[in-house]
Design a binder for this molecule. Structure first.
Ligand code: FMN
Length: 307
């Protein structure tokens, strides 16, 4: 039996459902191309701010348990003007490129959406959910239903591209947040951003290890939280979901799809299985589908919700 891994995601046609998450290898066109060549169905850029940002000081990324990473990168990126140059020619890019945008308020988000029009992004992702960067995301109170609606609406007015809103697991009103995004015109939800924030202390120096002291958790340890969030979001809205958080294997991706995700993001997984992860996860999904008699992914999206 042949299995079809292609999916349609908010109008985007993907050859497979596996997407590079924002923040990992997405700073240059060359890096995105290497991920596309490694087999990703779509790739997301590192989040872009209006002005260049150095981000937090090193150490910014540490592994604290076998299953847990902590990062406090702090949105280091070259800013809008440099990003426009870096990504200026994406016309022949082999897979859709999703532009990740980050602002400190609705006005900044709208400005970014307006000013990336010259770049051949196939979709926009707005990030309202970073737990460790002052002035952005949760530390700028963008994780509320009200802020989500205001920011999504402001961006919606500036772009016709498929628009994804990236949400946080660290809030109690996730259902209301995604409903607000849908109401304001979002075409999809990306869930989840990192968990926490968390902290690790070096017992020899008796000091927090990350220079910023705390950071967002990622990796396999957060997968149960991601699965629960995607399951809840699927019950709350009709728009499709990019599910991510701790996906390492094809079985993890299947679990995410069964919870309700149409596509699946991979970030920290690259530290475990290197770039091969994209092809390996697709092969593993393929095997699972075959051995369980499923012929297309659509048939298992949200299947865990059925009685
Ligand atoms: C080093 C690092 C940098 C990240 N930078 C961003 C970023 O710039 N924008 C963003 O939306 N998410 C960022 N994230 C969050 C990831 O996109 C993802 O939502 C999260 O790590 C959970 O998925 P994972 O367990 O597969 O990594 C970053 C994560 C890591 C580990």
């Amino acid at each position: 039996m042949s299995v079809k891994l292609n999916v349609e995601l908010a109008g985007l046609k993907l050859k497979n459902p596996i997407i590079l998450a924002s923040g990992i290898l997405g700073i240059s066109k060359k890096m995105l191309l290497s991920v596309a060549k490694a087999g990703a169905g779509a790739v997301t850029t590192k989040s872009i701010t209006i002005k260049p940002r150095e981000g937090h000081k090193n150490p910014i990324l540490i592994q604290t348990t076998e299953e847990t990473f902590l990062n406090a990168v702090g949105y280091s990126n070259p800013g809008l003007e440099e990003s426009k140059k870096e990504f200026k020619d994406l016309s022949n890019f082999p897979v859709p490129v999703i532009g990740s945008l980050v602002g400190s308020d609705a006005e900044e988000f709208a400005y970014l959406a307006e000013n990336v029009k010259g770049i051949d992004f196939k979709a926009i992702e707005i990030v309202l959910s970073c737990p460790h960067t002052p002035g952005f995301g949760l530390l700028a109170e963008q994780g509320t239903p009200e802020a989500t609606e205001e920011i999504t609406l402001a961006v919606r007015r500036k772009t016709k591209l498929p628009l994804f809103v990236k949400v946080s697991p660290n809030i109690m009103c996730l259902g209301d947040v995604v409903k607000a995004a849908e109401k304001a015109g979002a075409d999809g939800i990306t869930a989840i951003n990192t968990v926490g924030p968390g902290m690790a202390i070096d017992v020899e120096t008796a000091k927090p290890i990350l220079d910023f002291k705390f950071g967002g958790m990622s990796g396999p340890a957060i997968r149960p939280i991601a699965i629960r969030c995607v399951y809840d979001i699927y019950e709350s809205v009709k728009i499709p979901i990019i599910g991510l958080g701790g996906i390492i294997t094809g079985k993890d991706a299947i679990e995410m799809i069964m919870a309700g995700a149409t596509a699946v993001g991979i970030g920290t997984g690259i530290y475990y299985r290197e770039l091969d992860i994209f092809k390996k996860v697709c092969d593993e999904i393929n095997e699972f589908m075959k051995s369980h008699g499923y012929s297309k992914l659509k048939d298992i999206v949200g299947i865990a919700h059925r009685d």
